[in-house]
Write a protein that binds this ligand. Structure first.
Ligand code: BTN
Length: 329
């Protein structure tokens, strides 16, 4: 059952270029015009601004710059059975919150989004800078019935879907750097952290976390992130609507998950990988378990392991590790 706020938002968003009359909203909702006005005040407090004319009604003139749950919810086009969405102001880590909710038996799939994280985590226990409300921090929880070996390709497949969604949504050309980085011009715009609990030979539950720099942080990037990080806004030259992007991303990830568990991703995987991969043919160093390996990237094998050709022409496969491009001078 949609709330009055959802109905009003839907009307305003579908008539973004025209006007929505307060009287018509009141009739539609079966409430007084004062009640509609109160809802509009609530939206203003959440960061919306409206043009308002007595004879015509309301029109959105500004959207909130940070996540706003009803705005994500209203614009969500994919809603599998049992799906629920949680938008939090602050959390330690959306991955940790998803794990806690899984432990309470909450039905899957669900998504946890936060405006900020106090302990955002990256791969190898690194800190993921999460103080900016202009970035997205989201985790998805699933209970897939697949073998643990398929985990590696899961993150890669999700990364490809995020890249394709961004390319379509913002007319940009993202790149994916094996296994979990989303880049523009060699700088990182997004990272993924997949965590699973495994029971003997089956995945019990799976959390897919994504951090994405959407708009430039008002306070700038801290320390050396200013050289390594990039926001989508830096690429498009204009701020993006973070709530519309969040809704599109949630929808895309839910569909991508479905495709993956059905095994229906296989026919398109290689084409998408070739489209977004930034490493093929590049000389790289791969750090794995404290050892450095040098080679030229030949692509991936069927299990999502990266293939490196060494100086002698021998091909080595790595299931995990961190890749850096070798400097050419
Ligand atoms: C990486 O590049 O090392 C992965 C970064 C993953 C960050 C996201 S933000 C949402 C989710 N919650 C976390 O604590 N981490 C992931």
């Amino acid at each position: 059952m949609p709330t009055a706020e959802h109905v009003i938002l839907r009307e305003l968003l579908t008539h973004e270029k025209s006007w929505v009359s307060g009287a018509a909203l009141a009739v539609k909702l079966g409430v007084s015009r004062v009640a509609v006005w109160q809802q509009m005040e609530k939206l203003r407090a959440a960061g919306f601004a409206f043009d308002a004319q007595r004879s015509r009604g309301y029109r959105i003139s500004k959207l909130p710059g940070a996540l706003y749950a009803p705005l994500v919810d209203t614009q969500l086009k994919v809603r599998p059975k049992n799906f629920s969405l949680h938008v939090l102001d602050d959390v330690d880590s959306t991955n940790d919150e998803a794990a806690r909710q899984l432990a309470t038996g909450r039905p899957t799939p669900f998504a946890v989004l936060a405006r900020r994280q106090s302990h955002g985590r990256g791969r190898f226990g690194r800190v993921w800078h999460s103080e900016s409300t202009t970035s997205l921090y989201v985790s998805f929880a699933f209970r897939p019935q697949v073998e643990p070996e398929r985990m590696q390709t899961f993150t890669l497949w999700m990364g490809l879907n995020v890249c394709e969604l961004l390319a379509n949504f913002a007319s940009v050309r993202p790149g994916i750097k094996w296994p979990n980085d989303i880049l523009f011009d060699g700088r990182k715009a997004g990272g993924m952290l997949t965590e699973a609990r495994v029971d003997s030979d089956q995945i019990r539950d799976l959390i897919f976390g994504l951090g994405l720099n959407v708009n430039r942080p008002d306070e700038g990037w801290p320390g050396d992130l200013s050289h390594r990080a990039i926001a989508l806004e830096d690429v498009t030259g204009a701020p993006l609507d973070i709530n519309r992007l969040a809704a599109a991303l949630v929808g895309r990830v839910l569909l991508a998950y479905q495709t993956f568990v059905e095994g229906a991703h296989l026919p398109t995987f290689a084409d998408l990988w070739n489209r977004f991969d930034v490493l093929r043919g590049q000389a790289v160093t791969l750090l794995e378990g404290g050892r450095r390996h040098h080679g030229v990237v030949g692509g991936l094998d069927d299990e999502g392991a990266i293939l490196l050709r060494d100086e002698g022409g021998k091909v080595h496969r790595f299931r995990a590790g961190e890749v850096t491009l070798e400097k050419t001078s």
